[in-house]
Design a protein around this ligand. Structure first.
Ligand SMILES: C[S@@+](CC[C@H](N)C(=O)[O-])C[C@H]1O[C@@H](n2cnc3c(N)ncnc32)[C@H](O)[C@@H]1O
Length: 271
């Protein structure tokens, strides 16, 4: 991976992590008070893959400020959470302490986790906004496969590559390809938590990965695909620019009158 791009993205994620945590996506007080939980797609993915996570070893890749890591640890999982942002990990450590749960927090590139963690986990878990930061999705899938024990599971709930193409949904304006075509440089303030946020580092480098590329990378890394679902709704506004949810509480983006896929779930097992 391009080390300059990694440093650019790390600076941006450090800046975001510094200001995330008191907002509509990351309600820290709600987390500490036990008022929030995994979203319905993350819940369904775990249920389908492994059922109850109590007692399982879970590696949470790109954990950000640790919300899902804490939620999984609360359910009795032994959680190791990896992120390359020291600011995010410091916030995760503070939140875990406030929540009274133990996490192992590891600062590392998701594509190059420490050797000592290899083959250590029943589940490798990553959700919502992880792959666009990764230049080589084949390396990410291979690293995830090395972290899983034989027979271990991959649980990936991710932004659908079609939805990633849009700069704005209303009006529909695209600024990103469907398939990989190299780095895309952006310079913008704001975050998905609040488009009005001011960040101390605004540049990012992002990469498109089509669904075929993601699934092929998984298969070539030794993952046996068990389930792939494309969701034409989202439980939350993970973009920061969706209009209000439908009556069922789910968000949809329609082209004409048909909802497009916003998220996908990929479940796989290490051979
Ligand atoms: C959109 S957030 C993930 C959101 C997370 N699922 C949550 O619920 O909070 C993306 C995370 O990926 C991390 N990240 C980006 N590129 C990375 C890399 N190459 N290695 C490790 N972490 C990375 C960022 O620091 C950030 O915390």
């Amino acid at each position: 991976m391009d080390p300059h791009a990694i440093e650019t993205n790390r600076a941006n994620w450090d800046a975001r992590a510094a200001v995330h945590g008191q907002d509509r996506i990351y309600d820290s007080d709600g987390l500490v008070a036990g008022r929030i939980d995994l979203d319905e797609l993350e819940e369904a993915a775990l249920l389908r893959a492994v059922g109850d996570v109590a007692g399982l070893g879970i590696c949470h890749l790109q954990c950000h400020i640790g919300f899902d890591s804490i939620l999984l640890a609360r359910r009795g999982a032994r959680v190791t959470a990896i992120d390359f942002s020291p600011v995010a990990l410091a916030k995760a450590a503070d939140l875990a302490q406030r929540c009274g749960v133990a996490l192992e927090l590891v600062e590392a590139n998701a594509c190059d986790p420490p050797r000592r963690l290899e083959a250590g986990f029943d589940v490798v878990y990553a959700t919502i906004g992880v792959l666009c930061w990764i230049e080589r999705v084949d390396e990410w899938m291979a690293a995830a496969a090395r972290l899983a024990r034989p027979g271990g599971h991959l649980v990936l709930v991710e932004i659908h590559p079609l939805a990633s193409m849009f700069d704005t949904f209303e009006p529909p304006v695209t600024d990103f390809p469907y398939n990989f075509d190299g780095p895309h440089h952006f310079d913008s303030d704001g975050s998905y938590t609040d488009p009005g946020l001011r960040l101390s580092a605004t540049e990012t480098v992002q990469y498109a990965h089509g669904l075929g590329e993601i699934v092929t990378a998984a298969v070539e890394a030794g993952w046996e695909i068990e389930h792939l679902a494309e969701h034409t709704f989202s439980p939350g506004d993970y973009w920061g620019n969706l209009t209000s949810p439908d009556e069922d509480g789910r968000y949809r983006v329609r082209l004409g009158d048909q909802p497009i896929p916003l998220l996908f779930t990929l479940l796989a097992r290490r051979e």
